[in-house]
Design a protein around this ligand. Structure first.
Ligand code: ADP
Ligand code: MG
Length: 403
């Protein structure tokens, strides 16, 4: 793996860094700057080496199949300019912002950079060719720099122009490429979950969240790697139904029932024995909330795991030496249904002999919200990327391309 430290003689060189500045926005501002903070070590290292740093990132989605007016609205919504401002505050130095994502305007700004200066491009997805890994766009971007650093772990599972095309082009020209500090840290922690060693056993996965179908491939590969998988969240109800339990109006993916049965037959899956249920999902509705064991009555749906399941899960968590957690056990956005997720966080962080990894945006948000985030061994900055890394046995296109 090409590491950042191995990139030598950076003084006066223009280094393109693909960062993950895909931050949550609210009312034209940044709701959470975690991802910007996470990129600082790499940026600061390069500035310390007197490189000229050109940062690129996508922000949100822009669908070019919509009308021109709708595309314009999406561009306006996913404007990177507030990020440049926040980055400048965090770095304590000016950040040049390029409104142009390609062409002469961008080239002139990049050529005007002095040693130790930073430029941030407007959202890479303003370019239609970004998500298509368009070769012309990749060539043009690659021509702007003398080297490339991949530090966008959250985007490493996508082979786009800024994550894959640029390093591919640079390598052709004999320019150096490396992974940054954030990606290095992510790879180190997640590699443990991909290839657990003897002392990591028992290796436990905890899966929750919403869709089974989204996580199918990861269940299959986790069944091969882990000793046990605890399943909570909405996903659990597809499994329970497959085993003949009445699940009331709980979410269920009918087309996954056979698959769920097959997974369960491995003997590694632990399912909830009780649930917190309600007769109305809407928290503003007048509703009944209760705990039920086994079958869920008609008209009620499972919203979180119950106390017996919490005890069962806690027992498994206390025995594990390695834990990978993806997906909250319940609808933690509603205060009545936070308990399962809070107790899982608590139990994981109380187990002092385990290495604990969170791979999932909502799970990380929940851990942060309940005050446990800093107590985990590793909280991945890429939900989708961390799952894909496990699915693909440690491989991601944006990291493999660096070599
Ligand atoms: P992550 O981002 O950590 O991978 P997901 O996106 O898969 O997690 O799932 C998070 C969502 O799952 C949350 O919005 C939560 O409300 C929802 N969820 C969890 N349990 C349930 C449930 N029993 N019924 C409906 N939604 C659920
Ligand atoms: Mg999510």
């Amino acid at each position: 793996m090409n590491l950042l430290e191995n990139m030598k003689n950076l003084e006066g060189k223009t280094i393109i860094v693909r960062v993950d500045f895909n931050v949550p926005l609210k009312d034209g501002g940044i709701r959470d700057d975690n991802r910007i903070v996470a990129a600082l070590p790499t940026i600061k290292y390069l500035l310390g080496q007197k490189a000229k740093v050109v940062l690129m990132s996508h922000l949100g989605k822009i669908n070019f199949k919509l009308t021109p007016e709708e595309v314009e609205a999406a561009k306006k919504k996913n404007n990177m300019e507030p990020v440049a401002k926040r980055l400048s505050e965090l770095l304590g130095q000016d950040v040049v912002f390029s409104k142009d994502t390609r062409g002469e305007g961008l080239k002139t700004l990049v050529e005007g950079l002095k040693d130790g200066e930073v430029l941030l491009l407007q959202n890479t997805r303003y370019e239609k060719g970004e998500t298509k890994n368009d070769p012309e766009l990749s060539k043009e971007w690659a021509s702007l720099g003398d080297g490339f650093v991949m530090d966008a772990f959250g985007s490493a599972h996508r082979a786009h122009a800024s994550t894959y095309g640029i390093p591919e082009e640079m390598k052709k020209d004999g320019k150096p490429t490396a992974i940054g500090y954030l990606v290095e840290k992510e790879v180190k922690a997640l590699s443990k979950c991909v290839n657990p060693e003897k002392e990591d056993r028992p290796y436990l996965a905890i899966l929750g969240g919403f869709k089974v179908s989204d996580k199918i491939k990861v269940i299959e590969s986790l069944l091969k790697k882990t000793d046990k998988i605890l399943i909570g969240g909405a996903m659990a109800y597809t499994f329970l139904k497959a085993l003949g339990t009445n699940i009331g109006t709980s979410p269920c993916e009918e087309d996954q029932l056979e698959y769920a049965k097959k997974c369960y037959a491995t003997g590694k899956i632990v399912l909830p024995v009780d649930s917190m249920v309600t007769n109305a999902f809407d928290e503003n509705a007048e509703r009944e909330i209760k705990v039920v064991e086994g079958n869920i009555p008609e008209g009620f749906e499972g919203m979180d795991i119950g106390s017996k399941t919490i005890a069962l899960f806690k027992d498994e968590i206390s025995k594990a030496n390695l834990i990978f957690w993806n997906g909250p056990t319940g609808v933690f956005e509603q205060k009545e249904f936070i308990t399962g997720t809070v107790e899982v966080c608590k139990a994981i962080t109380e187990n002092k002999h385990c290495f604990s990894v969170i791979g999932g945006g909502d799970s990380a948000a929940a851990a942060k919200q309940f005050g446990y985030k800093d107590k985990f061994s590793h909280v991945s900055t890429g939900g989708g990327a961390s799952l894909e890394m496990i699915e693909n046995d440690g491989h991601l296109p944006g990291i493999d391309v660096i070599g």
